[in-house]
Design a protein around this ligand. Structure first.
Ligand code: PEP
Ligand code: MN
Length: 364
């Protein structure tokens, strides 16, 4: 017979796979009052699935609030008993894992500063062996997809089956519009590599401020993410960590109601017919484009041959400049982005050079 713990673990594993999952709660558990107050307000919204709160805070500089520690876990447990909401906490060491499990924490998440370190990940994976714990892995702070993949593999090797991913953006030098640049191509690639792992967006840590949360959350929905994790505090103005990005439960309510939730597909007949018709056109254009590019490369090959015969260099900087400028001017008229046309032309040019260079090699 299945034990109560096994039944609970299965239910949590199912929950994190749910579409439009919403995890919310303060950046940090600061006091019992703050956590319980926030949890009750969040529960009352009727749309939050899991309560989050950090109790060990990885702070960049020493001297700040580094979390309530084990005491915070007991507040989380109390919040769960009062609201019925499952709880989630960040773990960075094997001791954190043991403590979190001993306080019946339902979901563990691995923070961005931990995903970068294979030693730490292995230490966490070893502590998780033999459990059915659900673990969410945040992307590493730096845009290194291999570290994110490595963390998944280490946990899987330790027998952890219930894994989800959190996209919280990537840090970079200097100021930018975001606290952590989203670099959407990385989570998109992770979704391609791990189609069965839920991808949850953390707009709070991407934005670093409240006013752009909606835009990032909506974008993640449009990219078919399965859920959101958003920091919410009963009074963000006095928050001890991440003050500028936290929203009140009431603000969270408005934010969620403003979002337009989407499905990855629909069986609606008109939609399917129109989509198939338009996709057929896309396929024709792709075929034509590839044929045209092949024809262009054949001409580049002929040019390469006469360059060899006349001892002329493959690269002709002024000609390349002329082509690029002409195409960028055209981009504007055709309503195409300049950055796109530039990278497309660069790719074409590099391929032409490769073809012409290969003729040189054949000759020698
Ligand atoms: C957090 O979720 O509060 C946190 C510390 O996140 P990250 O690891 O994304 O910085
Ligand atoms: Mn935070």
């Amino acid at each position: 017979m299945e034990t109560i713990v096994e039944t609970k673990d299965k239910a949590i594993a199912e929950l994190i796979k749910k579409n439009n999952l919403l995890i919310a709660g303060p950046c940090s558990a600061e006091s019992e009052e703050q956590l319980i107050q926030t949890a009750l307000e969040l529960k009352a919204l009727g749309k939050v699935d899991i309560l989050r709160a950090g109790v060990w805070k990885p702070r960049t500089n020493p001297g700040g609030f580094e979390g309530a520690g084990v005491k915070g876990l007991s507040w989380l447990l109390k919040a769960k008993q009062l609201t019925g909401l499952p709880t989630a906490v960040e773990v960075a060491t094997s001791k954190h894992v043991e403590d979190a499990i001993s306080f019946d924490t339902d979901v563990l998440w691995i923070g961005a500063r931990t995903t970068v370190n294979p030693f730490s990940i292995q230490n966490i994976a070893d502590a998780l062996k033999g459990t059915n714990q659900t673990v969410l892995i945040k992307n590493p702070v730096n845009p290194d997809i291999k570290l994110w993949i490595g963390a998944i593999e280490r946990l899987q090797k330790a027998g952890i089956e219930n894994i989800g991913l959190i996209h919280r953006g990537f840090s970079s030098y200097g100021s930018s519009e975001y606290r952590n640049a989203p670099l959407w191509q990385i989570p998109i690639e992770m979704k391609r590599l791990f189609p069965n792992l839920p991808m949850i967006c953390d707009p709070s840590h991407i934005c670093g401020k409240r006013d752009t949360l909606l835009e990032i959350a909506q974008k993640s929905i449009d990219l078919a993410y399965s859920g959101l994790i958003i920091e919410s505090h009963c009074d963000p103005s006095v928050a001890l960590t991440d003050k500028d990005q936290q929203v009140t439960p009431a603000q969270l309510d408005t934010l969620i109601d403003t979002l337009v939730f989407k499905t990855t597909t629909t069986g609606k007949k008109d939609f399917v017919e129109e989509l198939n018709h338009l996709r057929a056109q896309i396929d024709c254009f792709d075929d034509e484009l590839l044929t045209l590019i092949a024809n262009r490369m054949n001409v580049a090959r002929k040019i390469g041959e006469i360059k060899i015969q006349n001892d002329v260099t493959v690269l002709q900087s002024s000609r390349w400049n002329e082509i690029l400028e002409r195409m960028i001017k055209k981009a504007d008229h055709l309503n195409l982005g300049q950055a796109f046309v530039t990278s497309y032309m660069e790719a074409v040019h590099i391929e032409s050079i490769r073809i012409q260079d290969s003729l040189n090699i054949q000759k020698s």
